[in-house]
Design a binder for this molecule. Structure first.
Ligand code: DQA
Length: 142
């Protein structure tokens, strides 16, 4: 049982980036919690962050996993390539957003990813990743 967690562009700056929106936890803090929870649920987890759309597409295609958890960040609102990669691989995918994308600017209200995702978690802070890990376990056991 393996999950792959992909963090998109600028999420390497969590903790210092717009803390009023994204909180004070760093990406290392979040990744540690993801890895600890996955271990306690007896799942392997791999975390990956990139600012590059092509690198994210490559990871979706090439890495081994049963369920993808992805915060595509700004690519949520622009990337046909990431959407197509998720659809092409055909594995369950959970879309996570730290902020509530429906409460912000108009351009954030459209997700190119949600149409190919199993589900979406938005607006629950970094806790959303941990909820996604729990959901991934249920999906794998189904
Ligand atoms: C985000 C929301 C996106 O609109 C934004 O571009 C991000 C982060 C979130 O986690 O709330 O970089 O995906």
């Amino acid at each position: 049982m393996k999950i792959l967690v992909i963090h998109g562009p600028n999420l390497n700056m969590l903790g210092s980036r717009e803390a009023g929106i994204y909180g004070h936890q760093t990406l290392s803090d979040v990744n540690r919690q993801i890895l600890d929870l996955s271990r306690s649920l007896e799942m392997d987890a791999e975390v990956f962050q990139s600012n590059s759309e092509g690198a994210i597409v490559d990871a979706i295609q090439a890495k081994e996993y049963d369920v993808l958890i992805i915060n595509p960040a700004a690519y949520t609102h622009t990337s046909v390539a990431i959407r197509d990669a998720i659809a092409a691989v055909g594995k369950p995918a959970i879309e996570v957003h730290i902020s509530n994308i429906y409460k912000r600017e108009e351009f954030r209200k459209e997700s190119y990813i949600s149409g190919v995702a199993t589900g979406q978690i938005s607006g629950l802070g970094t806790e959303g990743y941990l909820l996604a890990v729990r959901a991934a376990k249920k999906i794998i056991l189904q």
